[in-house]
Design a protein around this ligand. Sequence first.
Ligand code: HEC
Length: 155
Amino acid sequence: MKFTTLSGIAVSAVLAGAIGFTALAYAADADVIAARRGLMKANGTAAKAIGGMLDGSAKFDAATAGDGAKAMVAAGHGFGAEFDKNFPDSTMTGDTKASPDIWKNKDDFKKRAMALEADATAAVAAAAKGEGDFKAAAGKVFGNCKGCHEKYRLK
Ligand code: HEC
């Protein structure tokens, strides 16, 4: 009798542990998704500021331009070089617009993110040189957004 009760307790403990672990895993996945979406949100905010300078609705400002391009570098870096950290398999589902195709074409996806990082890095340097240089470099940066979203972002 005593033995049965004890093993019952042991089983409950193991089960509670397993459930606790699952809850933790979900919380961690939600954090990872929120973090990568945060990188893209900052990227989107930067794109608005920079887009205004490109279409002439906002005045060129070297500091704003440089900071915006830096946010784009960070997004490109997070989605490419740090892919494994920001896109573990377990984050394919959840509160995310990331297409499952990302995980089928990891190399293509990372290549696109690295291209964003490289083009945005050039734009950071160009921002320090002046308006003309920055506009040319920033125009190139924007080419990366649409191509990747069409293939890898769910509507
Ligand atoms: C390498 C692919 C890739 C590139 C390049 C890329 N994006 Fe994204 N973007 C994504 C993916 C994937 C998501 C969805 C992420 C998620 O929901 O987990 C996303 C989401 C977003 C979001 C929504 C963020 C949110 O959750 O609120 C914005 C805004 C955005 N991107 C802006 C941009 C801009 C601006 C550029 C270009 C400067 C860009 N992206 C370039 C892949 C990319």
